[in-house]
Design a protein around this ligand. Structure first.
Ligand code: FME
Ligand code: ZN
Ligand code: ZN
Length: 463
């Protein structure tokens, strides 16, 4: 906590009706806080921080019709209160990108971008213990709400970290940008992708992007250097229709089920590698069946004595950068949807985990990448522990920045927290939220102060 705040609260106490004696009793507490590095905000500051987070959670930015007008207004008012530069860019009408800037003192140094998305995934209110847009806090300090993990928390934590750094008098050398983008949950095409490929972005001269990660159920924070690419596959089968009592080969249902059996065998083989600890989550190909569509509708349900002539199934496949793409494509063509079995297939989505030159899209985690070392050190400095670098099993906006060849790191400052992204009863504990703000303070300090070796450390302004 900044000294100014501490002094303010002492002053408040002085002006209040408290006796001098009770003030004296409080003095050792103030002093011990000072000595402890002022790590924790006052009660008053804490409740303001939480209330701002609640306000953001209460804005309904649920897909497919997010209220971006309200989220934009809210974020702009936050930016104002922090004296950050701000602009709203609508690459696509109705899909604002909110770009905030804390200018650095050395304009010759490339900048830092902290990204978060404003939208959240839909929910089933009846299956939640507290309303998903209510931001209810239970007696254990758990804040419930859609977006409490994914990822309104992060957006607000960036802002709170900046607030505290500003109060402490910190001045960044590198410029710090914050982007609040729309539509990540539906692919980011009208949001982060547009920003990444824009002239605005070129002018920002960004070198490193921080984006979302996943929570950790143990005490170690997780850092992500790559992610799996979504392939959304629909397979269709055709076959002769027939009487429900007749046994014959090559019906559409039989053809589809053969494929499903084959796909499930593959899924099990990948899952077994994971269960045996031979591979980690981001190194296996995941395949999950997401819809089945077949049958002849009738007023009471489906016709029961007719084998249909068409059947269809959908799969969400995630392909790690390390996977053998060609062999997977071959498998789909020859085993999962072979023309010889009257099958066809199409991709609703087929992203590549590789760059234009066919190399895996990954951010370096070794000594060649100062940003990796810096984030690890910064987290440790804030008393955090870190697990092994991981590949994220999901698509985030970071992929667009990795495609540009930039360093992009996925990070969600949540330890000892159940994985509830896209789940019912998504929540985040208050204490974890505060810890995350501390961690971002430490990261922002380290990142915006970093001067690469070979530079004398003297900024242009000073020359
Ligand atoms: C590729 S569009 C969907 C993006 C989505 N992102 C987060 O969950 C995902 O399913 O991974
Ligand atoms: Zn997300
Ligand atoms: Zn999500």
């Amino acid at each position: 906590m900044p000294v100014i705040e501490l002094l303010k609260s002492m002053e408040k106490a002085c002006n209040s009706h408290y006796h001098n004696q009770s003030l004296l009793l409080l003095l050792p507490l103030f002093l011990s806080l000072l000595v402890a590095g002022l790590a924790f905000p006052t009660q008053d500051e804490q409740s303001q921080i939480i209330s701002r987070f609640q306000q953001y959670l209460q804005i309904n930015t649920t897909q497919p019709s997010p209220d971006y007008q309200s989220s934009t207004q809210f974020l702009l008012s936050q930016a104002n209160s922090l004296s950050l530069e701000s602009q709203v860019i609508e690459f696509v009408k109705g899909k604002p990108v909110i770009l905030l800037k804390w200018p650095g003192s050395d304009l010759s140094l490339p900048s830092i971008l902290l990204n978060s998305h404003m939208d959240v995934v839909p929910f089933e209110p009846s299956k939640w213990t507290h309303p998903p847009l209510g931001a209810y806090i239970d007696e254990g300090g758990n804040i419930f709400g859609r977006g409490s993990q994914d990822m309104k928390s992060v957006g607000m934590q960036y802002l709170e970290a900046i607030r505290r750094l500003k109060l402490s008098g910190f001045q960044p050398k590198r410029s710090l940008y914050l982007s609040f983008v729309p539509d990540e949950e539906i692919g980011g095409y009208d949001g982060a992708k547009k920003l990444a490929y824009s002239d605005v972005f070129k002018d920002m001269n960004v070198e490193i992007v921080l984006d979302e990660g996943l929570p950790s159920t143990d005490e170690n924070y997780r850092l992500f250097y790559a992610e799996t690419a979504p392939w959304w596959l629909v397979i269709k089968s055709n076959g002769a229709p027939g009487h429900g009592a007749k046994l014959y080969d090559n019906s559409a249902m039989e053809n589809l089920l053969k494929s499903i059996e084959s796909i499930r065998r593959f899924r099990a083989s990948q899952f077994d590698l994971l269960k045996a600890g031979l591979k980690s989550k981001g190194d296996v190909i995941s395949v999950n069946i997401v819809f089945l569509k077949a049958g002849t509708p009738s007023p009471t349900g489906f016709v029961m004595n007719l084998q249909p002539s068409e059947a269809e199934a959908g799969f969400d496949i995630r392909v790690p950068p390390t996977a053998d793409i060609e062999s997977l494509e071959k498998r789909i063509e020859e085993e999962w949807a072979p023309a010889s079995r009257n099958m066809t297939f199409e991709f609703k989505q087929k992203a590549t985990p590789h760059d234009d030159l066919g190399r895996p899209l990954i951010t370096a985690t070794d000594g060649s990448n100062p940003w990796w070392t810096l984030i690890e050190e910064a987290i440790k400095k804030a008393n955090g522990k870190i697990g092994k670098p991981e590949i994220l099993t999901g698509a985030t906006d970071a992929r667009y920045y990795r495609q540009l060849g930039l360093t992009a790191i996925g990070f969600l400052p949540m330890t000892n927290t159940p994985f509830l992204l896209h789940d019912h009863n998504e929540f985040l504990n208050k204490a974890e939220y505060f810890k995350g703000i501390n961690v971002y303070e430490s990261i922002i300090k380290a990142y915006t102060s970093y001067i690469p070796p070979g530079r004398d450390g003297v900024s242009r302004d000073e020359l």
